[in-house]
Structure formats: C-alpha cells, structure tokens
Design a protein around this ligand. Structure first.
Ligand SMILES: Nc1nc2c(ncn2[C@@H]2O[C@H](COP(=O)(O)OP(=O)(O)OP(=O)(O)O)[C@@H](O)[C@H]2O)c(=O)[nH]1
Length: 344
C-alpha cells in the first residue's frame, strides 16, 4: 500500500493516531501504527468499522489482536487490490478482443462490398449509374476508415492503461514479497525468489542456507521495549544486507529469525560469511534514541545447511533450523553447521 498524504497531512495524522494508539494495550510497533493511521486517515473503511466498535466497547487491543487486524484488513486489502488490477486487465483484454472481432467483421463486409462494386464496374454500366456506385464506394470506404480509426484510438488508450496497470501490479506484487519492518524479503518473497528459475541458476543445487536468530530476544523486548526490539531487528537486516552480494537472497522469515540463501557457495565460504555477520552483530553498540549509553550486547546464532541434490527448500531450511538449535544449545552467539553438510 502506498500512502499519498503530504508531510503536513501525515503530521496531522500522526497527532491523531498517537493518542488512539496509546489507549491500547498493544505495543507501539509499525503494524499497530499502520492500523490506527489508516483509521485516522479514513482510507480503510472496513477496518474503521471494526476499530470504532472496539473503541465504543472500551476494551483495549492487545498485540495479538492488532496483528490479526493488520493481516485481515491491511495485508488482505493489498491482496484484494492486486485482484482488482488483474480483473481490470482481463476486462481490457476482453474489450480489445471484442473490438478486434467487430473490426474484422466490418473488414470482411467491406471486402464483400468491394467485390460487388468491382463486379458492377466490370459489367457494361449505363453512365448515369456510375455516380451512384462511386458514392456508395466512398461511403463504404469512409465507414471502414472510421471503424479502423476508432479501433486504433481504442487500442492506444488500452495500451496506456495496460501499461499503467502492469506497473501497479508489479509494484503490488513486489511489495507483497517484502517485510515492512526491514525492507528485505519476507518468507513468501524468499520462497518465490528461490523458486524462480532465473534467480539461483540451478535451483537449490550448489547452494547453502543460513538461518540466523537473535539470542534471548524476548529479554531485549522485556528490558527495553518493542520499539528498541524493532530497531535491533532492523540492525540485523542491515548487517545481513551489508554482507551479501549479487544473487544471494536474504529474508526475515519470522519475528526474530532470518534466512539467507547463498547460491553456488561452499559450506566453508558460507561459514565465513555467517561468522562475519555474527561478529558484526556482537560488536554492534545499539543505543536507545536520545541516550548515549548503548544497551547490553545483542548476539545472534546461525545454523547452516548445504542443499543436496534431493533437497527441497523446506528440507534444507529444516536442517539449517536444527543446526541453529544446536548453536543455541551450545551456548548461543555461534555458528553451527548441520552434520550432513559439514561431512561429519
Ligand atoms: N520487537 C519485536 N519483537 C518481536 C517481533 N516478532 C517477534 N518478537 C518477539 O521475539 C521474541 C522471541 O522470543 P523467543 O522465541 O522466546 O526467543 P528468544 O527470547 O530470542 O530466545 P532464544 O531464541 O532461545 O535465544 C518474543 O518475545 C516475540 O514477542 C517483532 O516484529 N518486533
């Protein structure tokens, strides 16, 4: 979803939204802000109905409820708009096809008329009949010219609209694959990227999957709040982004869980990259806004699995997850390679 409010309008909406949010039990995370912002802006009537009902009952929304509203009324609305674009595209195609068929019928009638006129002209024709034939011929030619012109104009209009709709569709599709908090792929985007034949060359073959998960993240949320928790999540995404390149694919596949696919990479190379990400995170000094003093060290653990010939994305993710579990079990803040991939 794109928002079209100006800086001033959105500042006004911010002033309206914050008091509404603060009356709720839910944390001040982006999903919570989105639903109250859309309500204040009056751009999501179905969501507003539900929220107004809740406001009248005076029962504050908790995190779980906010998440459900976000998925049902914001994410689903984006999916609906994609469907609307697809339907409009289909209607345009139907329209074009009908016009082309009609123009074809006209052309075939015109061709028959031309044959009739030609036959008439091939017969000895009284001279006084000639103007009638020429007039009819001119009228038919003019009619055909108009039909063709209308068709060309219509095709031109449709071409522009199709182009615009295609761009909207591409934007919406791309948006639906991204995680709004970090801007990297979400789980769906990750799966689609890896399933696209051009993205990783030989599919999963010769690739390695990394799964990274923040250590004791619940404590970070509990100690410093969700806003800071979200900042930590964004920091991990930035570190990952800064360490991958080319055809590597990174995604946030769960709350504090990330996945990276490295095509045509050895386990040794993937381990070095995972180690680099882990060390950068461990050395990162994250501050609360307005405060000099950094929060306590935040670390993450990484599980690594190499994709074999018979692996599916699910099976290799599963093995990387199990390696991650081992990394956690062995003390956290470490990289662990799945035993089948390490050749152990
Ligand atoms: N701030 C914030 N927190 C989130 C988000 N998604 C999930 N979480 C929190 O992440 C925490 C995950 O906690 P656990 O699954 O217990 O894991 P953990 O505390 O990291 O412990 P280990 O993984 O065992 O090291 C929960 O408190 C979730 O509420 C998010 O988008 N933002």
């Amino acid at each position: 979803m794109r928002y079209y409010e100006t800086r001033e309008q959105s500042a006004e909406l911010l002033r309206l939204t914050l008091p509404l949010m603060s009356q709720q039990a839910a944390a001040f995370h982006p999903q919570s802000y989105t639903i109250w912002y859309e309500h204040s802006a009056g751009i999501n009537p179905r969501l507003t109905n539900v929220l107004e009902q809740r406001l009248s009952q005076n029962t504050p929304l908790n995190d779980e409820e906010v998440w459900r509203l976000y998925v049902n009324f914001v994410v689903a609305r984006d999916a609906e708009s994609m469907e609307r674009i697809q339907q409009r595209l289909k209607a345009l195609l139907d329209d074009t096809s009908t016009s082309a068929t009609n123009a074809g019928i006209e052309a075939s009638q015109f061709s028959q008329t031309l044959t009739i006129h030609k036959n008439q002209l091939m017969q000895p024709l009284p001279l006084e009949h000639l103007p009638t034939v020429v007039t009819e011929l001119l009228a038919d030619t003019e009619r055909m010219r108009r039909v063709t012109e209308e068709l060309v104009e219509q095709l031109d209009r449709h071409k522009n609209e199709v182009q615009e709709l295609t761009e909207q569709l591409e934007r919406a599709e791309h948006q639906a694959k991204l995680d709004p908090l970090t801007g990297i792929f979400n789980r769906r985007g990750f799966e689609q990227q890896l399933q696209a034949p051009e993205s990783s060359g030989g599919g999963l073959r010769r690739g390695v999957v990394l799964v990274a998960d923040l250590d004791h993240f619940k404590q970070i949320n509990d100690n410093y709040g969700h806003v800071l928790g979200d900042k930590v999540i964004r920091t991990v995404a930035q570190i990952i982004r800064g360490n991958i390149k080319g055809r590597d694919v990174a995604a946030r596949i769960g709350g504090e869980e990330f996945a990276i696919f490295l095509p045509e990479t050895s386990v040794k190379g993937a381990t070095a990259l995972a180690e680099q990400i882990r060390a950068t995170m461990a050395g990162c000094r994250i501050r609360r806004s307005g405060l000099e003093q950094p929060i306590a060290q935040v670390t993450l653990s990484v599980g690594i699995a190499e994709a074999g010939e018979s692996d599916t994305l699910e099976s290799v993710l599963d093995r990387a997850d199990r390696a991650l579990y081992e990394a956690k079990r062995n003390g956290r803040n470490r990289v662990w390679v799945d035993s089948a991939s390490s050749g152990a």
